[in-house]
Ligand binder design. Structure first.
Ligand SMILES: Nc1ncnc2c1ncn2[C@@H]1O[C@H](COP(=O)(O)OP(=O)(O)OP(=O)(O)O)[C@@H](O)[C@H]1O
Length: 257
């Protein structure tokens, strides 16, 4: 699906990611984990084709990102940015319908199929009752769910999400992340997401990519990578894991006093 080849990313003089060779296959759900400033969003923007890497390249379906025509790329991958600002007064439904533009090669208007998928996505994110509201009047969590509804409306095989659980209350963190996991499991979609909640990441992901922030990285199945000693090393703080039924609960160890 998407892969990086000898990818290197820098911020100024600082090496964030060195020689990343990484493959993400159809139906997998990946969490990218690392400390603040480790380079997670920078990598995500490179995966989306919004930032050129310092070295190496990204391929989607075997083809280098820069070779994809933009409209075709927009039918392949959707990207949820970490933050957004709404400069203009658009309604929720208009905002979500705008995600159908990649399918409008020869027309300027939406059809009933566009409306049907937009409404279905708003319902999945439990924001259908807000359809006529001005997006600038929404709460942070409501706006986040509308943004994810727009991604679902774009209906791409690959979903790239920078902190999808951001601003969501507890119930919506669980429901939104479960929907994303289900899309991968049952519809063969592929998701790559950034998150700081290890327990949530572990419960929804099949794989994890750890970034150290100095170039080092580690990628693999979550059972191999989301181990307390590795997470502690990559996050710079010791981590404990508690088994609760089938669930693994990750907690930071307390500083010794
Ligand atoms: N335009 C820029 N100029 C200089 N440094 C930058 C620039 N953009 C990002 N950086 C730096 O690159 C590093 C990686 O940023 P990035 O946003 O990828 O981190 P992150 O892992 O997503 O962090 P967080 O968990 O805080 O969201 C940070 O130290 C950031 O300050």
């Amino acid at each position: 699906m998407i892969a990086t080849h000898h990818l290197s990313l820098k911020a100024g003089q600082r090496q964030l990611v060195t020689n990343l060779d990484w493959q993400v296959h159809e139906g997998e759900c990946w969490s990218i984990i690392g400390r603040n400033g480790a380079g997670k969003s920078t990598l995500m923007r490179a995966l989306a084709g919004l930032r050129a890497p310092e070295a190496g390249h990204v391929t989607l379906g075997g083809r280098t990102l820069s070779e994809w025509p933009l409209a075709e790329l927009a039918r392949q991958r959707a990207f949820l940015a970490q933050s957004r600002s709404d400069a203009f007064s658009y309604s929720v439904i208009e905002t979500v319908l705008s995600a159908r533009h990649p399918y409008h090669d020869n027309r300027y208007w939406e059809d009933s199929d566009d409306h049907a998928i937009a409404i279905k996505s708003l319902e999945a994110m439990e924001v259908a009752d807000l359809a006529s509201r001005d997006v600038r009047t929404l709460s942070g969590g409501e706006r986040q769910r509308v943004a994810i509804a727009a991604m679902l409306t774009q209906d791409t095989p690959l979903l790239l999400l920078d902190e999808p659980a951001n601003a969501l209350d507890l119930a919506h963190q669980v429901s939104v992340m479960s929907i994303l996991a289900r899309l991968c499991r049952e519809q063969g979609k592929t998701a790559v997401m950034i998150g700081h909640d290890l327990t949530l990441a572990h419960s929804v992901s099949t794989h994890a990519l750890l970034l150290k922030g100095d170039g080092r990285w580690l990628a693999g199945a979550k059972e191999d990578v989301m181990r307390p000693e590795l997470l502690g090393d990559y996050l710079g703080h010791p981590i404990d894991v508690i088994q609760h039924g089938k669930r693994s609960i990750f907690i930071p160890k307390e500083d010794s006093v």
